[in-house]
Write a protein that binds this ligand. Structure first.
Ligand code: SF4
Length: 273
């Protein structure tokens, strides 16, 4: 970097979400950079392996080869085993890893059946996106789009996102979704402000696809709101815990004082909970 050049600060949607969920979790992960003993839960393992399988599928298709559904499931099974770590927590009572493995198989079979022959002109998978929230480029968002397609007839770009969670979103959730809307800004920065961008969520647990769009005005407002949130993060001195049902899936619960556990020694500035 040349002297006098500004160093950009990068944020991601998941980083912002961590702060919104629990400031202490944010501090553990992004300030103290504590590596938890177990980063995964069975749900995150399932999500990761389903995502990597769909990434593999579309990479094959881009190379001119359409795998069979059996080949897709074979890839998934192999990735599931290779990435599985002994002791992955299964929070929901009465369920085992086989239950989650089978869920993934079903997601992929349904997705494959619904989308074959995969002719929606996918142009990239796991596409890295970067966008500026301000005119100076000081604050930037970086993320990865699960899949980017472009409709050659309309010239419209499609940002595809795969969801493996068992919660179906409300209309309000979709209208307020920040992640894909931020990626739409990034797409417009790359391909042109006038381009239309469609946001598409694949809720695999429900075998349902949801579409939405944002106006340019909404995207401008989103930039402002996101910047405001980042300034709030930067101004935060007291990283209080927020206890909720989501704590059961938090990788820092074993060191969280809100659950009566002992944080590492250097967490001296934490208050009483
Ligand atoms: S367990 Fe809950 S309160 Fe503690 S850091 Fe995680 S999310 Fe925050």
């Amino acid at each position: 970097m040349k002297s006098g050049e500004m160093k950009s600060k990068f944020f991601s949607h998941s980083r912002l979400s961590a702060f919104e969920q629990c400031k202490l979790k944010y501090k553990f992960r992004y300030i103290d950079k504590i590596i938890p003993e177990m980063e995964k839960t069975i749900e995150s393992h399932l999500g990761k392996v389903v995502h990597s399988t769909l990434e593999w599928l579309y990479r094959q298709i881009k190379n001119g080869f359409v795998p069979t559904v059996d080949e897709v499931i074979f890839y998934y099974s192999k990735a599931w085993k290779e990435e599985y770590e002994e002791g992955i927590p299964i929070i929901k009572k009465g369920l085992d890893s086989e239950h989650y493995f089978n869920k993934g198989v079903q997601f992929l079979i349904n997705y494959y059946t619904e989308h074959k022959p995969f002719d929606d002109n996918t142009i990239d998978v796991e596409k890295e996106i970067e966008l500026s929230l301000d005119d100076t480029g000081e604050y930037k968002i970086r993320g990865f789009i699960d899949r980017l397609a472009m409709n050659p007839k309309t010239g419209e770009y499609e940002v595809h996102d795969y969801k493996t969670s068992g919660n179906f979103p409300s209309n309000e959730d979709i209208e307020n979704d920040r992640q894909l809307a931020l990626y739409a800004i990034g797409i417009k920065e790359i391909y042109g402000k006038e381009k239309d961008v469609k946001l598409i969520w694949h809720y695999l647990s429900f075998n349902k696809k949801i579409h939405s769009k944002r106006t340019d005005e909404q995207l401008e407002n989103l930039k402002k709101e996101t910047l405001k949130l980042i300034k709030e993060i930067e101004a935060t001195k007291n990283f209080e815990p927020t206890k909720s049902s989501l704590c059961h899936w938090c990788e820092y619960k074993p060191i969280c004082p809100a659950w009566g556990n002992k944080p590492p020694e250097r967490q001296t500035e934490l208050g009483d909970f």
